[in-house]
Design a protein around this ligand. Structure first.
Ligand code: SF4
Ligand code: SF4
Length: 661
């Protein structure tokens, strides 16, 4: 085979590819690799069958276009012959008179327009010699270049079984060169993409689609060109070659006689299956007549969407008509004349098989796409491979990606959506918390300003009230002064709490036993018998560096609130534990809970749900400020709706462990 090595027969237009894997599924050579979300053709593996071009609904696969090269050839000084494939009547059904088509081809500038069907006549003769010889080892027909490439790449051991006969295209090239001179250039025109890489003996290959495009670009229209016949030598039954069992029909061999030793297989599924069975010995005594397409009349270079049986009928009609018209004796003379041409063709193996991964590697890949057990192998084919195992092999060979597995991808997407929902929720919570702490920070600034301004005059009031109290002898006035001192002290405490909230007080860290702190805080609050208390620590050593006094105030505030939230009865639990980088102290009650609309106000200064006079609304604000001064966090969870579960509130104080060093 005088091949044109590594021609990039088919390429992908990345922008059009929607990565549907249809081409992967349809490629008999598994020559399409999915990489970075693109279905890329591996040219060294491609056999040019054109299946991917035909099946891609997005027109993302295009084949090599040689129109420019042909135009350049036609402009040269050299004579050029067009070698028209015998499937042309099926393609140009829109022509009332096919002689017009031949005239149009001549108008493009071709010196000769010849029928490849005559080459098919010669090839069929050689094939007859092989199959008539009972002692001849079984052969695989070599007229379809895609089949030949497939054997050479993927069944190199079978290369010696390929019939050593040139294809009709190459045979016809040799014929016309003999007839019209060795300088003659040839352009094959047909339905096939693979032909473009078949042989260096042919100068260019155009598909019928390219020919139509050339007519258009060169302004050549049907009806304007002089109708014409093919140049000699004219074909005989070789005209029937492109239909199913074309070779046998060309040889006029009744199928029933030969059914026993010739097996015909056509199409991307059947021909590889026949080759595999031939190789494993199941049908090794039978000659194989193989075509990659469902007959050349369905080739990828034909105009898409043609109807198979209508095309077949057109070829049948054309052949019948021509067989009546043509001079059989002249045909025989031509066959005799050109039978002397050497139609031998040799083929070399060109192994493109990939190493099969080990069973353990395959299992590992399968596990990575969620196929742990046999029942996980859905073998749905959505990935483009016919089984999960074949997909795993392709992944291991670098041909495929895990994301091609639809069930795996769907599951992964579900997981991502869940995670996304979760992180959205978390984000919303964080945003809410941020807004809240910004609000509290502003209030803290305001409180600090007010407290600072009040602190000094208040100090003066208290000092002078105390001096006057010391000096005054009048009992009535002393009582009034005492009231001033008491209320001014109260104001002083409020100011102190405001400063705590505004984090303007000093924190004096000292090593504190949290368990003892919890018990002491509980002891400092009057807890009615109806409330059960429980303290537990999950720390081995519940020691912590904190401002003992301030944290006592924090716990006391929370315990008091908890007790007030359980007017009937309930349970109060103080728990100390470690959680990541925090020591967590939680104060949990089974009380009435906090209404959802109040949840983001609980730390706001002067916010209270208690009756007027029963609370300043500074308890939780102070608590918040103290925890912040410890660089910690305070979180609250609460449920006030019994239909949603047990009611109650839990405050979690998170103190960073890093403070502890
Ligand atoms: S058939 Fe292939 S090239 Fe076409 S869109 Fe699908 S994956 Fe892309
Ligand atoms: S032309 Fe055929 S062998 Fe090449 S990539 Fe397309 S389907 Fe595969």
């Amino acid at each position: 085979m005088t091949e044109v090595l590594y021609k990039k027969l088919v390429t992908t237009i990345p922008d059009l590819c929607r990565v549907c894997y249809t081409c992967v599924r349809e490629c008999p050579a598994k020559a399409i690799r999915i990489e970075n979300g693109q279905a890329e053709v591996m040219h060294e593996r491609c056999i040019g069958c054109g299946n991917c071009v035909q099946v891609c609904s997005q027109h993302a696969k295009v084949y090599l276009n040689e129109e420019k090269e042909v135009l350049a050839l036609l402009k040269s000084e050299l004579p050029v012959a067009a070698l028209v494939a015998p499937s042309f009547p099926a393609e140009f059904a829109d022509f009332e008179n096919l002689r017009e088509l031949i005239g149009m081809i001549r108008t493009l500038g071709f010196n000769y327009v010849c029928e490849v069907a005559f080459g098919a006549d010669l090839v069929a003769q050689d094939f007859r010699t092989v199959i008539s010889d009972e002692n001849h080892p079984a052969v695989i027909s070599s007229d379809c270049p895609a089949v030949v490439y497939y054997v050479r790449h993927y069944h190199p051991n079978l290369v010696p079984s390929l019939a050593r006969v040139a294809s009709p295209m190459v045979a016809m090239t040799r014929v016309v060169r003999k007839k019209y001179g060795p300088n003659l250039r040839t352009v094959f025109i047909g339905p096939c993409i693979s032909k473009k890489a078949e042989s260096n003996e042919v100068d260019c290959v155009l598909t019928f689609q390219e020919l139509r495009h050339l007519f258009k670009s060169q302004g050549i229209k049907a009806g304007q060109a002089m109708p014409s016949d093919f140049d000699s030598p004219l074909a005989g039954r070789g005209m029937i070659f492109p239909v199913k069992r074309g070779m046998l029909q060309t040889l006029n061999i009744p199928e029933d006689l030969f059914d026993g030793n010739i097996l015909v297989a056509e199409g991307k599924v059947n021909f590889p299956a026949a080759i595999a069975e031939f190789e494993n010995g199941a049908i090794s005594s039978q000659h194989l007549e193989l075509l990659c397409c469902e007959g050349c009349l369905m080739g990828p270079g034909m105009t898409p969407d043609g109807k198979r049986y209508a095309r077949r009928a057109m070829i049948g009609n054309y052949v019948r008509e021509k067989m009546l018209e043509r001079d059989t004796e002249a045909w025989k003379r031509n066959i005799d004349e050109f039978s002397a041409i050497d139609l031998t063709q040799t083929f070399e193996p060109s192994d493109r098989r990939l190493d099969l991964p080990s069973p353990s590697k395959i299992r590992k890949v399968l596990a990575s796409i969620g196929k742990q057990n046999p029942q996980d192998h859905l073998n749905c084919g959505a990935c483009g491979y016919d089984s999960c195992e074949n997909h795993a092999i392709a992944i291991a060979q670098g041909l495929a990606e895990s994301d091609m597995c639809l069930p795996y991808t769907i599951e992964k997407m579900h997981r991502s959506i869940q995670e996304l929902n979760l992180s959205n929720e978390q984000l919303a919570k964080v945003q809410q918390a941020l807004k809240h702490s910004e609000k509290l920070a502003h209030m803290g600034q305001l409180s600090a300003g007010i407290a600072h301004e009040l602190n000094n005059p208040l100090g003066v009031v208290i000092m002078y009230a105390n001096i006057l109290l010391d000096e005054c002898q009048d009992e009535q006035i002393r009582q009034d002064l005492g009231l001033i001192v008491t209320q001014a002290d109260r104001c002083k405490r409020i100011v102190g709490n405001l400063l705590n909230f505004a984090r303007k007080n000093q924190v004096r860290l000292e090593e504190t036993d949290l368990l003892k702190l919890a018990y002491d805080s509980l002891a400092s609050v009057i807890i009615p018998d109806r409330i059960l208390t429980h303290v537990e620590s999950r720390l081995r050593e519940p020691l912590c560096w904190i401002d003992h006094e301030q944290m006592t105030q924090v716990l006391t505030n929370l315990i008091k609130n908890a007790v007030e939230a359980m007017p009937a009865s309930g349970a109060l639990t103080l728990k100390i534990e470690s959680e990541g980088e925090y020591i967590v102290i939680s104060v949990k009650d089974t009380g009435t809970g906090i209404a959802p609309e109040n949840m983001d106000k609980v730390f706001t200064p002067f916010f209270t749900t208690k009756e007027i006079g029963k609370g300043t609304g500074l308890g939780l604000a102070t608590t918040y400020g103290i925890i912040k001064m410890h660089k910690g966090k305070i979180e609250v969870e609460s449920n006030d709706n019994p239909s949603k579960g047990p009611t109650g509130t839990c405050f979690n104080i998170l103190l960073p462990k890093i403070n502890q060093s």
